[in-house]
Unconditional design. Structure first.
Length: 152
């Protein structure tokens, strides 16, 4: 699907605040409410808009300790990769998981309460997953930039 300038502006507005009504959006886009509604539905049907979420203050829900954990599997077989990815889906502490190239196979973005909670996560959950060769953790000292919006 080809995005025109209005689609792009609409996507930017929704990324800034997806709770805006179609009326509020229509005023900003100089379109009718119906036209805005139809554009949003078109973007949803094309899976350009995939979801609507609320962003939460991590500290206020006791998930303010962030770590990036690099994971190397003992072997790169499809069955090991699939088994690992299935187990990762079950771990609430893992915010994101990326299969990457380089020295490690995966990078996990982990959010927990504190260092003790991270240790508990590592010992009881992550390293209990079969086929993990080794891990390497880096801890976030300061969050310099973390945006959910995508520039279009």
């Amino acid at each position: 699907m080809e995005l025109d300038q209005i689609d792009r502006k609409l996507l930017l507005l929704l990324q800034k605040n997806s709770k805006q009504t179609t009326k509020q959006l229509s005023l900003q886009l100089d379109l009718s409410v119906t036209a805005v509604y139809e554009r949003i539905r078109k973007l949803e049907r094309a899976n350009i808009i995939t979801d609507y979420v609320a962003l939460i203050d991590k500290d206020k829900v006791q998930r303010g300790f962030a770590a990036f954990c690099h994971v190397r599997l003992v072997q790169h077989s499809k069955s090991f990769l699939t088994a690992f990815e299935k187990k990762i889906q079950e771990l609430d502490e893992v915010k994101s998981c990326f299969h990457v190239s380089g020295d490690y196979d995966y990078i996990l973005h982990v959010l927990v309460k504190d260092m003790q909670a991270y240790r508990e996560f590592m010992v009881t959950k992550l390293t209990s997953i079969a086929h993990i060769g080794n891990t390497h953790s880096s801890f976030v000292m300061t969050e310099v930039k973390n945006h959910s919006a995508i520039s279009i």
